[in-house]
Design a protein around this ligand. Structure first.
Ligand code: TYD
Length: 216
């Protein structure tokens, strides 16, 4: 069950299941999110930028350059603000109404990018995200793992502010994702994202169905 500490009221048996896809830039998440969501009949959503406020935050986060670019703590807070709005106005109402939700990125991205990537304390970033989500956690987190050499090739030269960080940053991000999966194998499943899109989709769907007990 998607968990939300300290909340009472809705019947937990009727809540939708909540799945997050995580992975580095260029892992192919967007394609896989669409495939899983269509198989489950789930709502598709993403971070940052799914709400009206989030769309503005996304632009500020990814397009600001020079003096206007957020520092690492501001970046972490803006990601958290996007997530707070996303949970409150999109994810939680859907789950409470019994709808499954598949999100392209969630807390795991903040821990990997702002924690491991930018060098903030991953536990502080996690605590900030916990505040933003009021404790909501995915039932299952699917990590599409792809080596940096492969994602760098897929991304090419045209990159947003975060994608444009160096290979060292993206190596730390990958390490951060794998470390989170390592300490919480009940919630995380790691899928090799280097295979052909169809094979990855089959592996992801298989994991989602078996881990969540959703019938095919
Ligand atoms: P995404 O939309 O997945 O990228 P794209 O548009 O290329 O598919 O994510 C945008 C960027 O935001 C990506 O580089 C990862 C970054 N990000 C963080 O750094 N922290 C976060 O908490 C989230 C949700 C995203």
């Amino acid at each position: 069950m998607s968990t939300r500490s300290g909340e009472a009221g809705t019947d937990p048996a009727r809540r939708g299941r909540f799945v997050a896809l995580e992975g580095p830039d260029g892992a192919g998440k967007t394609t896989q999110v669409a495939a899983v969501a269509s198989a489950l009949g789930a709502l598709v959503t993403r971070e940052p930028g799914d709400t009206a406020l989030g769309a503005q935050l996304r632009r500020l986060l990814l397009e600001s350059r020079g003096e206007a670019a957020p520092g690492r703590r501001a970046e972490a807070l803006m990601m958290a603000a996007d997530r707070a709005q996303h949970v409150e106005s999109v994810i939680e109402p859907a789950l409470a109404a019994g709808r499954h939700v598949v999100t392209d990125r969630f807390t795991g991205s903040s821990v990997a990018y702002q924690g491991y990537g930018r060098g903030l304390d991953p536990l502080e970033v996690l605590a900030l995200s916990h505040f933003a989500t009021a404790g909501l956690e995915p039932d299952l987190i699917v990590l599409l793992d792809v080596p940096v050499a492969v994602t760098a090739r897929r991304l090419g030269e045209v990159r947003d502010r975060i994608e444009a960080a160096g290979d060292g940053f993206h190596e730390r991000v990958r390490t951060g994702f794998l470390a989170q999966a390592d300490v919480d194998p009940e919630r995380w499943v790691v899928i090799d994202g280097t295979a052909a899109a169809d094979a990855v989709a089959a592996a992801v769907l298989d994991a989602v169905r078996s881990r969540l007990g959703v019938p095919s």
